[in-house]
Design a protein around this ligand. Structure first.
Ligand code: FAD
Length: 388
C-alpha cells in the first residue's frame, strides 16, 4: 500500500516548511520531503527582514538569531553614509539554523518529515498526485513544490522560468565584524569605486552583521566564479578575512508561466519570486507559503481543487513587487551613473524622513508603492539638503 496524505510538500527550505507547518496545524495529514539530511548548509546571506519574520508567526518563536539590524550604512566613492532608524529593520540568521528550526516546528505541528528523501518524479492525475522517491512512492490529494531553484518537476508541470531571469547569488562569510547592528551596502559607483564589482556585473554588495563576523553577498548575471572572485577582493579592501571559499547559487527572479495546476502549486524560489534588485527571497517565500497553505486547506475542506485563485493572487502580489524592484534597481543605476547618488545619500543623512519611510516598508506597515508616493515628491528637498 502507498503512504497517502492530504498534502505532500517537496523541499524543506523556508517556503516548504512554512507551508507544511500551516497545513499540519490546520489538521491536514501532511508529509514534508527533503532530499538532504538536516541541518544542511544553504547558500544565503541570512538577512531576514522584519516583514519576513512577521510571516513566521508562532513558527518563528525561539528562532536562533545572529544579530539585529537597526540601520543602514552605504559606502560609495570612498564616503560612508550612516542612517539609524531607531527600530529593528530585521535580523540576521544562519540558514542552516533557520531551516532546521522551521522544520522542527513543522514536525511538532504534526507534519510527517522525511529527510534524505528526494522527490524523483511527480505524476498528476484527475484525483491525486503520485510522488516517486528512492524508498517508494507516496500519494496525496495536493502537492506543494518547494524545491528551490532546482525544481525539475516544477519545470515539467509549470514551465521554465522566463529566459534570462535566473541570476547568480554569491555569499562569503568573513571572520571580522564590519559595522555591528548595521546592514552595509557598497555601491560600485563614484571615484574611487569598487571596480571588481562592476567587472563582475554586480550592482551592489551587501555586508550583513553576524554574531562573530560579517557575510558579504551580491547578485549578478555573470558566472559564479567571477562573482565570488569579486566578493573576495571586496573582503580584502574592507580588511575582512574570509572563512572558506564562499558559495554561489542561482536565484530565480521572475515567475514561471504557471504557478499552479489542478493539484500542484509552486512556492518560493521554485515559483520564481525573489527580488530582481536585491535577491531577497525569504519574504516572498514565506508569503507564497501562506497563500499556498490557504489554497490547499480550503481545497481539502471543500473536497474539490480550487488552486486557480492561488495563481492569480500570488501573480498579482509578486508581480507588483518584482516590477517595483526592477524600477528601484534602474533608479539606483541611473542615480549612480548620473552623479545624483552622492547628493541624495548626503541629503538622506540630514533628512531622515525617507529612512523612516523605508523602515515602515521593512516592517510592512507601508507598501512599496506608498513609499514611492511619499518619498519621490520629497526628492528635490533631499537633493537640496545634500548639495549644501
Ligand atoms: C548568495 C545568496 C544570498 C541570499 N541572501 C538572501 C538574504 O539575505 N535574504 C533573503 O531574504 N533572501 C536571500 N537569498 C534568497 C533566499 O536564499 C531564497 O529566496 C530562499 O532560500 C528561498 O527559499 P525556498 O524555501 O523557496 O527554497 P530553498 O531555500 O532553496 O529550499 C529548497 C529545498 O528543497 C530541497 N529540494 C530540492 N529538490 C528537491 C527534491 N526533488 N526533493 C526533495 N527536496 C528537494 C532542497 O534541498 C532545499 O532544502 C539569497 C540567495 C543567495 C543565493
Amino acid at each position: 500500500m502507498l503512504d497517502s496524505y492530504d498534502v505532500i510538500v517537496s523541499g524543506a527550505g523556508p517556503s516548504g516548511s512554512r507551508a507544511a507547518f500551516l497545513c499540519a496545524q490546520a489538521g491536514l495529514s501532511t508529509a514534508l520531503l527533503e532530499r538532504r539530511q538536516l541541518p544542511r548548509e544553504k547558500c544565503c546571506a541570512g538577512g531576514l527582514l522584519a516583514r519576513a519574520e512577521m510571516r513566521l508567526g508562532e513558527q518563528g518563536r525561539g528562532l536562533p538569531f545572529e544579530s539585529g539590524v537597526e540601520g543602514l550604512c552605504i559606502v560609495m566613492g570612498g564616503r560612508t553614509y550612516i542612517y539609524r532608524s531607531g527600530r529593528e529593520l530585521g535580523r540576521t540568521v544562519v540558514r542552516r539554523d533557520l531551516d532546521a528550526h522551521l522544520v522542527e516546528q513543522a514536525r511538532k505541528a504534526g507534519c510527517h518529515t522525511r529527510q534524505a528523501t528526494k522527490a524523483e518524479s511527480v505524476e498528476e492525475t484527475a484525483s491525486e498526485v503520485l510522488v516517486r522517491t528512492e524508498s517508494g512512492s507516496l500519494r496525496a490529494k495536493y502537492l506543494v513544490l518547494a524545491e528551490g531553484a532546482s525544481g525539475g518537476s516544477a519545470s515539467r508541470l509549470l514551465g521554465e522560468y522566463p529566459r534570462g531571469s535566473v541570476i547568480n547569488g554569491a555569499a562569503l562569510f568573513c571572520r571580522d565584524r564590519l559595522s555591528p547592528g548595521l546592514a552595509t551596502f557598497l555601491l560600485p559607483g563614484g571615484r574611487p569605486g569598487i571596480p571588481e564589482l562592476t567587472e563582475a556585473g554586480a550592482g551592489i554588495c551587501a555586508a550583513f552583521p553576524m554574531r562573530e563576523g560579517t557575510v558579504l553577498s551580491t547578485i549578478s548575471r555573470q558566472g559564479s566564479g567571477r562573482v565570488l572572485d569579486a566578493l573576495r577582493s571586496v573582503a580584502g579592501r574592507l580588511s575582512l578575512e574570509p572563512c572558506g571559499e564562499g558559495c554561489a547559487h542561482p536565484i530565480p527572479t521572475a515567475m514561471r508561466p504557471r504557478l499552479a495546476t489542478r493539484r500542484c502549486l509552486a512556492v518560493g524560489d521554485c515559483a520564481g519570486l525573489a527580488s530582481p534588485f536585491s535577491g531577497e527571497g525569504l519574504t516572498p517565500a514565506l508569503e507564497s507559503a501562506g497563500l499556498a497553505a490557504e489554497a490547499v486547506i480550503s481545497s481539502v475542506r471543500e473536497g474539490r481543487p480550487c488552486l486557480a485563485h492561488y495563481d492569480r493572487a500570488l501573480r498579482s502580489r509578486a508581480g507588483r513587487d518584482q516590477l517595483l524592484a526592477r524600477l528601484t534597481g534602474e533608479a539606483v543605476r541611473l542615480a549612480v551613473k548620473g552623479g545624483w547618488a552622492a547628493p541624495i545619500l548626503a541629503g538622506l543623512e540630514r533628512d531622515p524622513y525617507s529612512i523612516q519611510a523605508a523602515a515602515a516598508v521593512a516592517a510592512e506597515e507601508d507598501g512599496a508603492r506608498r513609499f514611492l508616493m511619499r518619498t519621490l515628491p520629497r526628492l528635490p528637498v533631499t537633493l537640496a539638503k545634500g548639495a549644501r
